[in-house]
Design a protein around this ligand. Structure first.
Ligand code: SAH
Ligand code: SF4
Length: 342
């Protein structure tokens, strides 16, 4: 059965031609305001509500677990209609701005060496309703969520159509009306996807998980690099910037003793040259059982992170450091998928 949470008003009409346009708009507004059942939609007649219940659902997923970290981070685990489990996270910063971190796939096919989700393998793409519902569930906990990052489980640019549809719903002026500039999608570096985004949108902000710009090391840490090597990735980013004229974030998860060498800083500086970008350093968050070339992965020391940051700044790059949130509930970057996922 189709769920309405993933549709714009115009698409509700296409799916149910017996519904007049104004009814579709009413339903759409109810869902955006947080209604989870047709019974809450009190301006629809009882007969219409009954009819709709037989044909479709409002939501397709359910919350199966809620975890709260002492730092204010909340992680929701959702059960999807086929029994898969995915996770979505609500982060709050020092100024009390709230950001929703959403997943686009159950599991992930990219197998990055440092990421929990990567160890799960790929289960399936989420549909738009399953992406929108993560946001709606988080919004039911806190009304004022100002930003979205598509940085949860999965590689978003391998699920572009559903992501695009979900963005259309979330940004629709009759509903949640979030500005596209407040949404950032992070990719492991899918060149085709970046080019498609440059051409057809969605017109949201782009972040790329560069990790290291040392070609050989990147291929070992991120298998995606073998088929999407750095020169092609850079070309795609320059093309994106020509079309979209938006600053890109290059994310680098820092793995203790691995990609914080002088040559990694040099390579990053040369990769970033000519790209309008900010570098976001993410100290690696522990995932038990992960190793690289026979050695257990470790978190970088504070000094190691600061030295790396200074090296980049000295060479003229804009650098920020991501704060560590949600680590007690395995809700931080790269830790999703810890409770029974997939
Ligand atoms: N699949 C997308 C988005 C989800 S991952 C991508 O890879 O870009 C979001 C970010 O978390 C990425 O920048 C990734 O490099 C980083 N990450 C993965 N595992 C991590 C870990 N254990 N600690 C810190 N960051 C991690
Ligand atoms: Fe997938 Fe991103 Fe994790 Fe890599 S870092 S395995 S692309 S979720």
């Amino acid at each position: 059965m189709i769920s309405l949470s993933g549709l714009c008003p115009e698409q509700i009409v296409t799916s149910f031609p017996f519904l007049p346009g104004f009814r579709a708009k009413q339903i759409f507004k109810w869902i955006a305001k947080g209604a989870v059942s047709f019974d809450e939609m009190t301006d629809l007649s009882l007969d219409l509500r009954k009819d709709l219940k037989n044909r479709c659902t409002v939501y397709s997923s359910a919350v199966s677990q809620k975890l709260e970290d002492e730092d204010g981070t909340i992680k929701l685990q959702l059960r999807l209609k086929d029994g898969s489990e995915i996770e979505a996270v609500l982060l709050s910063d020092a100024e009390n701005r709230r950001t929703a971190c959403l997943s686009t796939q159950a599991g992930c096919p990219m197998a990055c060496a440092f990421c929990k989700t990567g160890t799960l393998g790929f289960h399936r793409n989420l549909d738009a309703s399953e992406i929108v519902e993560q946001f709606l569930y988080l919004k039911s906990l806190h009304k004022d969520i100002s930003n979205i990052v598509i940085m949860g489980m999965g590689e978003p640019l391998l699920n572009m159509e559903e992501l695009h549809q979900a963005v259309s719903v979330i940004c629709h002026p009759l509903g949640l009306g979030l500005s596209r500039r407040r949404i950032t999608v992070s990719t492991s570096g899918i060149v085709d996807g970046i080019r498609k985004m440059a051409e057809h949108g969605p017109e949201i902000r782009l972040a790329v998980s560069i990790t290291t710009a040392d070609e050989e090391l990147r291929s070992k840490l991120m298998p995606v690099n073998k088929s999407n090597p750095l020169p092609l990735l850079k070309e795609a980013l320059l093309y994106y910037q020509k079309k979209q004229e938006k600053r890109i974030t290059l994310e680098a998860v820092l793995l203790g003793g691995i990609n914080t060498r002088q040559q990694d800083a040099d390579a990053l500086v040369s990769f970033a040259k000519g790209i309008d970008c900010v570098i976001n350093l993410i100290p690696w968050n522990t995932v038990d059982g992960l190793s690289f070339e026979g050695k257990r992965l470790i978190e970088p020391k504070n000094l190691e992170v600061d030295n790396f940051l200074t090296q980049l700044e000295r060479r003229g790059l804009n650098v920020t450091k991501r704060s560590r949130k949600g680590r007690h509930i395995s809700g931080a970057c790269g830790q999703l998928g810890s409770i029974n996922t997939v």
